[in-house]
Design a protein around this ligand. Structure first.
Ligand code: DAH
Length: 354
């Protein structure tokens, strides 16, 4: 039957084994496949044309010859492809599709807690607040004494506070309030000429708390402070209402409840109307419609005079808020530990990574 095939096909068939063996990669193999059994312009395609044009009585034999040849080429190409792929796998080389966009390395992003602190700073910046920082390893003098915290205050105990072994008087700051003391002391000489001061102090703080869904021995706070002339609770309330509405939405209400902190007088705790249920009552606000968000008050005269600022002339307010608590509420995250485990799935869901 093969005598029915034209001589150039017989030539091509003879050249086939060598050409096949010469195909070292899939590209070459695909080219060879195209030349032999491709839909158009291939040897097989030429044979099909021949078959069409052949006299009726030749068709059966010629068809069988063509099919036999095509199948043989196909089988051999398949076998060679398996060999080439196995060799590629063995060397670990990748198939490289030049038309695909290059894979980009994963890009980092700010941690959700840092983004929330940045947002707070952005809310206060247009009101004239700048950012102050203080060290996480603090002195007892800044963390307690300068804040009018009495020597026998329970928070000073080693049950609540991390003291640095072998370094008396040094501790991990238990709140961001010592930044008040540092900043007031540093700026005391200039405060008159500046007409007052207003700043935020975001940062890490440490307490000896057992780890559970709402506690961590390290967490974040944002401190806020304003010093000026004739500052009263109305200034504090107005500023907090503005800031908390910017954060939680324009319909947010706030309420001040009397409370005690040694460094303010009067002191208060501030609640916002629950942003999740619109103050109707839900799991987050425990049905009350209100969520406690920060502690605040008018700066205690002792804090000012300890920093060298005359409380007869100057007054101000301060507040401190917990960042994790706010982040948990805004993102409805039930467990604070998620913020510290660096599980990429959580961070991505928080929009922390793109
Ligand atoms: N330092 C307080 C705490 O960690 C929070 C606080 C309350 C800060 C009242 C203030 C304030 O500045 O005026 O619990």
């Amino acid at each position: 039957m093969d005598h029915l095939l034209p001589p150039e096909i017989a030539d091509a068939d003879r050249a086939f084994p060598e050409a096949l063996a010469a195909c070292g990669d899939l590209d070459a193999l695909l080219r060879l496949k195209g030349a032999y059994i491709g839909r158009e312009g291939s040897h097989a395609a030429r044979l099909m044309d021949l078959l069409k044009a052949a006299p009726k009585e030749q068709k059966r034999d010629l068809g069988a010859a063509i099919n036999g040849l095509k199948n043989r080429w196909e089988e051999a190409l398949k076998a060679r492809q398996a060999e080439v792929e196995a060799a590629r796998k063995a060397t670990g080389a990748q198939l490289w599709d030049k038309s695909l966009p290059p894979p980009l390395p994963p890009r980092g992003a700010l941690h959700p807690l840092n983004r929330l602190m940045d947002r707070l700073v952005d809310v206060f910046r247009p009101l004239g607040f700048h950012v102050e920082e203080g060290p996480e390893v603090e002195t007892e003098a800044h963390n307690f004494d300068g804040l009018n915290i009495p020597a026998d205050h329970p928070a000073r105990g080693s049950a609540d506070t991390f003291y640095l072994a072998g370094h008396p008087g040094l501790l991990l700051r238990t709140h961001t309030s010592p930044v008040q003391v540092r900043t007031l002391k540093n700026l005391a000489p200039k405060i008159l000429e500046m007409g007052g001061i207003r700043f935020l102090a975001p940062g890490r703080v440490y307490r000896k708390d057992e780890i559970d869904p709402t506690h961590s021995p390290m967490f974040h706070q944002v401190e806020g402070m304003l010093v000026g002339h004739d500052i009263g609770m109305h200034h504090l309330k107005g500023t907090l209402e503005y800031a908390l509405r910017a954060l939680f939405g324009p319909t947010t209400e706030i309420r001040l409840r009397p409370s005690y902190f040694p460094f303010v007088e009067p002191g208060c705790e501030v609640d916002v109307s629950c942003p999740l249920c619109g103050a109707k009552g839900c799991r987050v606000c425990k049905g009350s419609g209100w969520v406690e968000i920060l502690g605040a008050g008018l700066i205690h005269p002792n804090v000012l005079s300890l920093a060298g600022i005359d409380p007869a002339e100057w007054s101000g307010w301060a507040f401190g808020m917990g960042v994790e608590r706010m982040a948990m509420m805004l993102s409805q995250t039930p467990d604070l530990r998620l913020f510290f485990e660096n599980d990429q799935r959580f961070l991505k869901a928080m929009g922390g990574l793109d």
